[in-house]
Design a protein around this ligand. Structure first.
Ligand code: PRP
Length: 207
């Protein structure tokens, strides 16, 4: 991308053009969801959660690492008392992951029995990770357990997961930004962009 491209991100009072992201911007072929659009959608979801969970003091549970930008913004868009906790998972192998088997690297630090738990994810693809984690949490007997996902790639779904709050549908393409990474990079882009094919060497790898 070059020249006078329109701003794609507002950081505080400043508007940043795509070029401000230097070598990260070079890997992006197209901005799919500008930062402002994400910001507006997160505010709307936050308002709905504030209304729906009023008086319930929900426990938001995020899955590291991709959820960090979303959950940080979502928290501040919710106006009722809440608590926050995190889990981290790692797959044993690509094959194990395809079978929905994940390893819990970090469990919750808070008990959830009797709590209203809202599970927050950056993205849902196959649904296998979420399905595994929801089963894991259900046995702890929360008062309720619902799902809030910012990005959904329904074309990749293998298991149907009921989603209470959803931000955007994404095409089945290699996208990065706002938490979504490629080999650990690009999470810090405040927008969602499509990765240029030349950035990844071995064809259609999973992002
Ligand atoms: C992403 C996302 C979910 C999972 C969804 O995590 O945060 O946990 O993939 O995929 P699924 O629906 O096919 O199971 P990722 O493994 O990319 O880790 P990260 O959050 O650390 O980037």
């Amino acid at each position: 991308m070059s020249g006078n491209t329109p701003p794609v991100a507002r950081i505080g009072a400043d508007w940043y053009p795509l070029e401000a992201y230097g070598e990260l911007a070079v890997g992006i072929s197209e901005v799919l969801i500008p930062a402002e659009e994400i910001h507006k959608r997160v505010l709307t979801i936050g308002r709905s959660i504030s209304d729906d969970y009023a008086g319930l003091e929900p426990l938001l549970v995020g899955v590291l690492k991709g959820v960090v930008p979303f959950v940080a913004d979502l928290l501040r868009a919710i106006t009722i008392p809440l608590e926050l906790d995190f889990m981290a998972v790692a797959s044993y192998s690509a094959e194990a992951r395809d079978q929905g088997v994940v390893r819990l690297e970090k469990d919750l630090s808070l008990p959830i029995t009797g709590r209203h738990v809202l599970f927050v994810e950056d993205i849902i693809d196959t649904g296998l990770t979420l399905n595994y984690l929801l089963r894991n949490l259900r046995v702890r007997e929360p008062a309720s357990l619902d799902v809030c996902v910012l990005f959904d790639r329904p074309d990749r779904r293998l298991i149907d997961i009921p989603i209470r709050y959803k931000g955007f549908d994404l095409p089945d393409r290699l996208v990065v930004g706002y938490g979504l990474d490629y080999r650990g990079r690009y999470r810090n882009l405040p927008f969602v962009g499509q990765l240029k094919p030349e950035v990844f060497r071995n064809g259609l790898e999973r992002v």
